[in-house]
Design a protein around this ligand. Structure first.
Ligand code: GLY
Length: 372
């Protein structure tokens, strides 16, 4: 059995939990869960693709530690973040007669983690929850910090609760089966932590990204650094009353582009939207005389080097015009009483929350950067 390569603690008092990061951790899941939650039974929520690759190993590992499990496999994809799927999970957990002290285990990417965390948060007013994220995006972002939920016809992630897991097991071996595009999209969130407040980490990524992409220790290190960065922010602002909003760097532009492309993953996936959004946030900061053009260029050069899109023109097909894009931004949930809130920057690793950003400036910027 492999040793756990890395541990990050999310410090939330008596709700603190460990994130364990390393290869083949699924084989240790039973042991790690049993030592923290002795005597429990579990429901594993997963999707049909992930089930084929990893479910049997997880069930075996739980069984070896004396933990009984029932599995609920749902269709893969964003459509699964729905009320119907939530009902299926809730019903499956109740049918298995799990109690509040038992655990829901999410085995999968962000969709499965968000959905099953929400189910765990509401069944019996809050059951134990364990995350076993299998995508890079889920390992460095969505499995950490307790945001759970589903989508509404009116927007993504609009229905949910904060419900922290008891343990996150990031098995880095699961990343070997991701498509290069999916891995790259998750990498955008890794780079984000450097750009928020860790300039040394961004510099390290500029030098070591190839090793991160090819696997091994550099990959584990990048995931651990990302989790550490997120854990620090979550520990000081669990419910996003302040600093946690920094994690939305690149997301305001990114969400607007995702909506503008109707969440068509053949054109744009979330991490790609974040990559373009981060590049735009830096360029917009230059326009607002906050950051230097050199810093914006550094961001663009790095995104280009790893093969991520970095400008709106990199999205295949036509985009709605600048006015329509601004409309999507104004619908974003970070609009407070009609003023626009953006995460802007004073340079690499110097991001900050900018309230009252004038819509006219954003519109002018979108017009100047629109590919059409
Ligand atoms: N993904 C942003 C957050 O967890 O706050």
């Amino acid at each position: 059995m492999n040793e756990v390569a890395s541990k990050v603690v999310v410090g939330l008092g008596d709700r603190s939990y460990d994130i364990l990061i390393g290869p083949n951790l699924i084989e240790q899941a039973g042991k790690q869960i049993a030592s923290r939650l002795p005597g429990i039974r579990t429901a594993i929520v997963t999707d049909e693709n992930v089930a084929g690759a990893h479910l049997a190993r997880l069930i075996d590992s739980l069984k070896a530690a004396g933990i009984a499990s029932t599995a609920i496999a749902l269709p893969a994809g964003e459509k699964t973040k729905s009320f119907d799927a939530l009902q299926e999970v809730v019903d499956g957990v109740l049918a298995a007669r799990l109690e509040r002290g038992d655990a829901v285990i999410a085995l999968g990417g962000g969709v499965i983690g968000d959905l099953s965390g929400f189910a765990a948060g509401i069944v019996r007013r809050g059951m134990n929850f364990v995350q076993v994220p299998t995508s890079l995006l889920a390992q460095v972002d969505s499995s950490v910090g307790g945001k759970t939920g589903i989508n509404s016809a009116r927007g993504k992630n609009l229905i949910g609760v904060f419900h922290q897991p008891k343990l996150v097991l990031a098995d880095t071996s699961t990343l070997d089966t991701l498509s290069p595009r999916e891995f790259r999209a998750g990498y955008a969130e890794v780079a984000k932590y450097g750009l928020i407040d860790r300039p040394d980490f961004f510099e390290w990524l500029e030098k070591n990204w190839q090793e991160v992409f090819s696997g091994g220790e550099a990959r584990t290190e990048a995931i651990a650094q990302s989790c550490r960065a997120k854990a620090e922010i979550v520990a000081r602002d669990e419910f996003e009353n302040g600093d946690r909003a920094l994690l939305n760097l690149g997301h305001t532009f990114g969400h607007a582009l995702e909506a503008a492309t109707r969440y068509d993953s053949t054109r744009l996936v979330h991490g790609e939207g974040v990559a373009i959004g981060m590049a735009l946030a830096h360029r917009f900061s230059v326009r607002m005389n906050l950051a230097s053009a050199d810093d914006a260029e550094r961001v663009e050069t790095h995104l280009k080097a790893v093969g991520l899109p970095w400008r709106m023109g990199d999205i295949p097909g036509n985009l709605p015009d600048a006015e329509a894009l601004l409309g999507y931004i104004q619908q974003d949930k970070k609009v407070a009483r009609g003023t626009l809130t953006f995460i802007l920057t004073r340079g690499i690793g110097k991001s900050f929350i900018a309230k009252d950003v004038p819509a006219s400036e954003v519109l002018g910027f979108l017009k100047d950067n629109h590919p059409g």
